[in-house]
Design a protein around this ligand. Sequence first.
Ligand SMILES: *Cc1c(COP(=O)(O)O)cnc(C)c1O
Length: 386
Amino acid sequence: MDDKTKLIDAGRHPDMQGGAVNPGVFRASTVLFPTVAEFERPRHYPDVGYARYGTSTAFNLQEALAAIEGDGQCLTVSSGKAAVIQALLAFVEPGSHILVTDSAYGPTREFADGFLARFGVETTYYDPTIGSGIVDLFRPNTRVLFLESPGSLTFEVQDVPALCEAARARGIVTIMDNTWATPLYFKPLAHGVDVSVLAATKYIGGHSDLMMGTITTTPALADRVRHAVHDMGTPAAPDDCWLALRGLRTLAVRLAQHQAGGIEMAEWLRGRPEVAQVMHPALPEHPGHTLWKRDFTGASGLFAIRLKPVAKPALTAMLDGLELFGMGFSWGGFESLIIPAKLTRLRTATRWPEGGPTLRIHIGLEATDDLKADLAAGFERMARAA
Ligand SMILES: *Cc1c(COP(=O)(O)O)cnc(C)c1O
């Protein structure tokens, strides 16, 4: 079955919900057992019998997501960050060493540098484009290789198969944050990754109205990850699972539109005199374009630009007057966003060259002509203020 069909079909059980196309929202703490025999029966996921482990609302979503990720076990937790940290905690102990891409999402770094360091786990950041050269950084106590591709804010594309092959040969677990592409445009498990992590907050939800993380694991590591997730005790809420499942049904059409709008806007920005650089993997001049073309089947609507050097008041004049582009964290909803990115303090293994300001842009589902007019008016305000 094609992914587009799976998105519609997977995790749907009308026979169990009075014939309705969509499931109900099963809000619960207690889940009742009909008999002593049922109560005493050894329990295995997904029928664990207490709502902290999920209700059928979560199980429907997990089933649908696992189908798109390409088999394996999918668990849903309370945020994307919770998914990242619980995947990491499943595989480390005091004295462990982990390798994290230098382009990782900022809060992932904060967790590694703060919490993990306090508990005796050492982190080395690596150049996202290191490829099979990663072997030089392996130590006897390296437990996890953490990937994120394209990188947060800077969009370096990683050679995922090469990194995973090197790690597997040494028994090192690979975890990948695949929030940008979603499993529709990149399949971590099929490229050798052991644990695929998503901020479902972004494109899976797709409407800026929920927070959720998902962790999908190969069968070999499923027990280990499930224990870690259950120990942390932070499940996704049933209402959010329902919204995420509703979002998932339209993921293919939304992403296709984000992709088309994103590429059109990236190309338009490339031609603007105010712009020094556009960081979008689908543009042929992007350093990661060849890898992106080899491994990905599409691009989402998130990319970054670097402006030519401009004074702060001029940049402020541009951003403050935008009417369609909102300024705010998160992305992946139906609306366009723009945010100035501070990069230098987020890089330790590689250097982010000084220069003009970097802006991270999310292209929503608006008409691109309106988005261009909004940015063009912003550039005019910038010129007037300069
Ligand atoms: C947003 C994001 C997260 C965290 O997701 P939350 O639901 O906001 O906690 C993790 N990784 C990436 C790449 C993200 O963009």
